[in-house]
Design a protein around this ligand. Structure first.
Ligand SMILES: C[S@@+](CC[C@H](N)C(=O)[O-])C[C@H]1O[C@@H](n2cnc3c(N)ncnc32)[C@H](O)[C@@H]1O
Length: 238
């Protein structure tokens, strides 16, 4: 089993308990409104929720899209997605994004909401996402901002009163699995250039980039000196 799959199997129940039908606090207050805007009008669209987790975005998109497919490789999460409710225009599939059992050019829109940070084989996954996206179709991604993501490669700088005033970054150029043993958290680090170049060689070109300022959003006030997240829309072109 891949390291990402093992990790996700171990935290699936806890993730579902936090995310529920809305997403966690950051998703509700920062990410969701931007993703919603970048998805544009889904009326009549065939949509893929790639790495759907418990399927909360799948069900959201099913309210307007013609058809939505949610795929994830974590059995527990796909089970929870199904038990939370499957709209009539929706299908949940247990599957690996590295090898999609779906026809070429099937989808008008693909969403990867907070998924790239958990992808072990970036080039296979982006190749597959591009393959199943129609020419002219859109791919929307959100991820932790590669420059300022979670510890241990980055950490907050604080003033004498303990206020967060900056972000220290180390090892930006070292890509791959990053483990935070203290908090039992892991993610895959890719440079921004790795992401954009990988999408580009698969004919997915940047259309819009958002680096939201989280100040004043979260319960702890958020911070105004770096963006927590990177949210982008790509368009598949010749
Ligand atoms: C942070 S969660 C995000 C889930 C969902 N998109 C959301 O917004 O709540 C990342 C998800 O990616 C899935 N994932 C990671 N690598 C995958 C792969 N190669 N194939 C399918 N799913 C994968 C994990 O199982 C997990 O559900």
């Amino acid at each position: 089993m891949s390291q990402s799959k093992t990790y996700w199997s171990s935290i699936a129940k806890d993730y579902d308990a936090v995310v529920k039908e809305t997403g966690d606090q950051s998703q509700q207050l920062i990410i969701n409104p931007i993703v919603q805007e970048l998805l544009e009008d889904l009326k009549g669209k065939n949509v893929l929720d790639a790495g759907c987790g418990n399927g909360y975005w799948t069900r959201r998109m099913a309210q307007t899209a013609q058809r939505v497919v949610g795929i994830d490789f974590t059995e527990e999460l796909v089970g929870r997605a199904k038990s939370r409710g499957v709209p009539s225009n929706t299908e949940f599939i247990l599957g690996n994004l590295e090898r999609l059992l779906l026809a070429n050019e099937t989808f008008d829109v693909v969403l990867m909401n907070m998924v790239l940070l958990d992808i072990e084989e970036l080039s296979s996954v982006v190749h597959e996402i591009a393959r199943v996206t129609k020419l002219g179709g859109k791919v929307v991604i959100s991820t932790t901002h590669p420059c300022f993501e979670n510890p241990p490669n980055t950490y907050s700088l604080k003033d004498d009163q303990g206020n967060k005033i900056g972000r220290a970054v180390s090892n930006y150029f070292t890509t791959g699995l990053i483990k935070d043993d203290l908090n039992q958290y892991q993610h895959w680090h890719y440079k921004i250039s790795d992401l954009i170049n990988c999408f580009a060689i698969n004919h997915l070109f940047v259309e819009k980039v958002v680096e939201p300022n989280g100040a004043g959003t979260l319960k702890n006030g958020g911070v105004d000196h770096f963006p927590y997240f990177l949210i982008m829309r790509f368009k598949k072109s010749e």
